[in-house]
Every structure is written in C-alpha cells, then in structure tokens.
Design a protein around this ligand. Sequence first.
Ligand SMILES: Cc1cc2nc3c(=O)[nH]c(=O)nc-3n(C[C@H](O)[C@H](O)[C@H](O)COP(=O)(O)OP(=O)(O)OC[C@H]3O[C@@H](n4cnc5c(N)ncnc54)[C@H](O)[C@@H]3O)c2cc1C
Length: 260
Amino acid sequence: MTSETRNAPSLERVRHELKKRDLEVQSVERITPSMIRIVLGGDELADFTSLAPDDHIKLFVPDDKGMMVMRDYTPRAFDYEARSLTVDFAVHEAGPATAWAIAAKPGDRLQVGGPRGSAVLTGEIKRLLLIGDETALPAIGRWIEEADAGLEIEAFVAVPDAADSQSFKTCADLAMHWIYRPGGEANNPEPLLQAVKDVACGEGTYVWIAAEARVAKAIRTYLIEELAHPLTWMKASGYWVHGQADSSEKSIGEVPPRPA
Ligand SMILES: Cc1cc2nc3c(=O)[nH]c(=O)nc-3n(C[C@H](O)[C@H](O)[C@H](O)COP(=O)(O)OP(=O)(O)OC[C@H]3O[C@@H](n4cnc5c(N)ncnc54)[C@H](O)[C@@H]3O)c2cc1C
C-alpha cells in the first residue's frame, strides 16, 4: 500500500431522513447572464440539513405534458433563521427544470426532496483542486465559501462568458480560473483540459470534478494517466449527459471505501 493510499481521505456517508418539502419562491434573480438564483422559503425547512458542498436535492417540476418530473440540484445556501434555501439554475436551452426557473416568480410553489444524505470529506487535505462547468458552480461556490481558513484552493470553472464569472467570500487561499467557451460547447472537454494542463496536484491535493459526463471523464483520465494523481484522492461526477434528459453519472469510477 502506498502512502497516498494509506493516508487517503475518506467520504463519510451521513444519511438524512428523506423528506419532500413544499416551498414558496421568495425571490428570483438573474445573478449572471447564465445563472438564475431562486430563494425558496417555508417552515418545512426547519429540519433541513446539508452537510457537504456537493449534496443534492430533487426538484419536482412539470414537463411539457404537465407530468411531474425530478431533477437534481445543489442546495447552494441554507439560512436556518430565515428558513430559506437558495438554488442556482444554469440556464440552457431545453429542460423542464430550466424552463421552470426561467418562468418562476415570487409566490410560486416548488416541491423539493432531500438531501437523502451527505458525503462528508475528512482527512489530511492540504489543497483542493475544483474543476467544473456552470452546473458545478453552486457546489464549487460552497466548497470555496465553507473551506477552513488558509486551505489552499485552486478552481477551474468553464462558463459561457466573462460576465458569468462569480465572486465568493472565503477564508481559504483561493486561486480562481475562469474558462470561457460557448454554452453550446459545454460537452467539449478541450477548454477545461487545456486549462488544467500540468496543474499542480501534489501530495495532499484532493480533486473534485463535476461537469458534463464526457468532460468530467476526460479530465479524470488526464489527471490519472498524465499527472499520476491517485484515484483515492479524487471524486468525479457527470452532472448531466449531453443529449439525454434527466441523466447523470454521479460517481465516475468511484473507489469503494477502504475496509475498516
Ligand atoms: C448532484 C448534481 C447536482 C447538480 N446541481 C446543479 C445545480 O445546482 N445547478 C444546475 O444548474 N444544475 C445542476 N445539476 C445539473 C442538472 O441536474 C442538469 O443540468 C439537468 O439536466 C437540468 O434539468 P433540465 O430539466 O433543465 O434539463 P433535462 O430535461 O434534464 O435535459 C434536457 C436537455 O438539455 C441538456 N442539458 C442538461 N443540462 C444542460 C446544461 N447545463 N447545458 C446544456 N445542456 C444541458 C440535456 O443533455 C438534454 O439534452 C446537478 C446535477 C447533479 C447530478
């Protein structure tokens, strides 16, 4: 067993009671041209829990035939006192969740399920390397804002335009890189691959990747095969699959937990 495997961080799975909550839209804001921020409120949030930046909730939205369908989104922020939950929607051309967000207005209602659980990262992490597209930006924002003081974070995020960049309040030591490519090319791995070429991912670096499935796989393969980054020090997810509605690959090549 190598020292990298021996000292590898672990993802502690914490289960939450699965609940479906009926919430009301409090505000809708186009925070950047490609991102709609919706704040949901309601007393049913009194026992809402989200322990990890990459938790997900299920949103119940109507499709074009009026049937309710579910889509995965990140709890971008939660304010216990205000009983409010913030969700950021990346705007793309098709899809019931995006259509719902574009049309949403204060007073609308939304049913939200979960999170069912959280995968809490623990271990001797010296540095976080975060790589993703606009759909990963809510989770990346949480990784950055919730990081311990002084943690070194380097983030690479692909968005359509400079106006889609966001800023974050953080105690971490953050190096942020924005990669601009058209939204219609979000399934092309090249822009992000070029950006992370020879990125420093030395000992103690935990890599988190989330993007369109082909993009996430290509970056994961590059880090493993070209930069020899250990599998146990990364998590890669396909947050959506080009050309397929309601599709994701949440755990690309995930390494099973080590026996106790
Ligand atoms: C764990 C997890 C957390 C996520 N968190 C967020 C989040 O916080 N914010 C967020 O915006 N998304 C997030 N996503 C991604 C989101 O679930 C998908 O983008 C989802 O497909 C959107 O649903 P829809 O109804 O708009 O489109 P769908 O009906 O699912 O898809 C319709 C078509 O649009 C395509 N498509 C889907 N997403 C995109 C996109 N971003 N760009 C271009 N084409 C696309 C599909 O390939 C399909 O062809 C998350 C996904 C996962 C797995």
